[in-house]
Design a binder for this molecule. Structure first.
Ligand SMILES: Cc1ncc(COP(=O)(O)O)c(C=O)c1O
Length: 481
């Protein structure tokens, strides 16, 4: 047995309760229509071709488009990452002299899209929620305040943490003021947004192109995602060509079959029962833990909340979040999606059962009893108590917007050199560095390194990083000019 297989086998033997991606949660009953290995096939006569679909793939994509109300749907076999990349590649023609307005809580794949396309970003700061210290909202007026030539709008909705922004407002404003400009939405975390239980999906709201990371919350295999397009602001031929360029020439039928399956059955499982359990959990823990709920709608740029993301702030407890997570894992077999120094995110998917939420609720209750409340006044008075933690709030004091000195592509192509982090203030970042998860860039390639960014880079050992090669040597890649 290979070591990777051994590791995976020993992990799955632990029988953890999954509060992370993928959305199927390892349930073979949800995935059982997948026939492995028989259906691991290639482009054979009688089957179809993803890059020029005429038969069953075209039919499955049409069905998905019908379910989501899109004009056309494209299956993706390299995640929502490929969707973000393709959206930007499609825009390359006719964008000279125009900027792409991008909400800054975008995933790092959006910076990748800027590198691939060469498009020029104009970043708009997200609103940091003071209780969680996280970028959860967007000031819609600020986003719609245009002074320059804008070629497209890119928004991330919902956030990783399940908050939705006021996309309706932005799209209605676009329709009035700049009707030709396309709205691109990264809805990676909201493939399940259909029906009354969830926030509205971006296709229904009128966005021109929308990416879903289907594997995150529905019953699709990891990497399986979708790109939906509608209207005539997006050049479909350019889109098709971009996808052909970016994706493998051997797309997996298993991934595509899982997408077909995921949309066919999205509503057959127990969303309603899960909803009831989550409401009970919120009720039981209100007063002892700060949990993101519907009550947060209307504040700090949050227009709606997806209850399937259970975001818990534990800063009132006398325990660090990493120790808290360790106990959740070892004593309760609960595996969360992510955590930072104050918050833990539990992600529900179509494969979760109501008893999973009950187990989580009991575990949280028991840990609250054990580690008590720091504040007798309840969570509302919770202070973010750790002094040196990474906090988007801290970054937002400087508006968290380092100036863009080069486009990410210019920085990518420029000569670069590694220097000591302590010497990098004011230099242009040659790499995009994110604390992972969530993968929102702390500094994007081409941006000037500010004192605030430097402050966090100097505490490298405290975080898990993505995109930063030299962090062990305390070095950073800068543009050599
Ligand atoms: C907001 C957002 N967009 C895009 C992606 C990329 O999705 P995928 O993993 O399907 O490539 C992620 C991944 O976490 C994400 O959080």
């Amino acid at each position: 047995m290979g070591s990777l297989r051994r590791k995976l086998a020993s992990y799955s033997e632990q029988g953890m309760h999954s509060f992370h991606t993928p959305g199927h949660k390892g349930r073979s009953d949800i995935l059982s229509p997948l026939i492995f290995p028989d259906h691991d096939l290639t482009e054979l006569p009688g089957l179809d071709m993803l890059h020029n679909p005429q038969g069953v793939i075209a039919e499955a994509q049409r069905k998905a488009a019908g379910i989501y109300g899109a004009g056309e749907t494209f299956f993706l076999v390299n995640g929502a990452t490929a969707g973000n990349h393709a959206m930007f590649m499609t825009l390359m023609n006719g964008q000279k002299g125009k900027k792409i307005r991008i909400e800054r809580k975008a995933h790092r794949s959006v910076i990748g899209a800027l590198i691939l396309s060469g498009l020029e970003p104009e970043y708009i700061a997200s609103v940091i929620h003071p209780d969680f210290g996280l970028p959860l909202g967007l000031d819609r007026e600020e986003y719609c305040n245009i002074s320059e030539q804008v070629g497209a709008f890119h928004l991330t909705n919902p956030s990783y943490y399940g908050t939705a922004i006021d996309l309706d407002f932005i799209i209605q404003w676009r329709d009035k003021i700049m009707p030709a400009v396309p709205v691109l939405v990264d809805q990676a975390h909201g493939s399940h947004f259909k029906g009354d239980l969830f926030p509205k999906g971006a296709v229904d709201q009128g966005a021109d192109i929308v990416v879903h990371s289907t594997h995150k919350t529905l019953a699709a295999l990891t990497q399986a995602a979708m790109l939906h397009v509608q209207g005539n602001r997006i050049d479909k031929i350019a889109l098709q060509k971009s996808l052909e360029l970016l994706q493998t020439s051997s797309p997996s039928y298993l991934l595509m079959e899982s997408l077909d399956n995921a949309v066919s059955h999205w509503n057959e499982y127990c969303w309603d029962d899960l909803y009831e359990e989550v409401m009970l959990l919120q009720k039981k823990l209100a007063g002892s833990l700060r949990i993101l709920t519907k009550k947060d709608i209307g504040d700090f740029g949050v227009k709606d909340v997806d209850w399937t993301k259970i975001l818990v702030n534990i800063s009132t407890l006398e325990i660090s979040s990493s120790d808290f997570v360790e106990i959740l894992r070892s004593s309760f077999q609960i595996e969360p999606e992510l955590w930072d120094e104050n918050n833990i995110l539990f992600l529900l998917g179509i494969g979760n059962k109501p008893e999973d939420v009950r187990i989580l609720s009991e575990a949280l209750e028991s840990l609250v009893k054990r580690f008590g409340c720091l504040s007798s006044q309840g969570y509302g008075k919770a202070v973010i108590r750790k002094e040196h933690e990474f906090s988007w709030k801290e970054l937002s004091k400087t508006k968290f917007l380092p100036s863009v000195r080069l486009t990410p592509r210019e920085a990518w192509l420029a000569a670069k050199k590694a220097i000591k982090v302590k010497d990098c203030l004011g230099r242009i970042a040659g790499e995009t560095i994110s604390i992972y998860p969530p993968g929102i860039p702390l500094i994007a390639a081409g941006e000037e390194i500010t004192p605030c960014v430097l402050h966090y880079l100097e505490q490298a050992g405290r975080y898990r990083w993505q995109g930063w090669q030299g962090f062990r040597q305390s070095e950073i890649l800068i543009v050599d000019i």
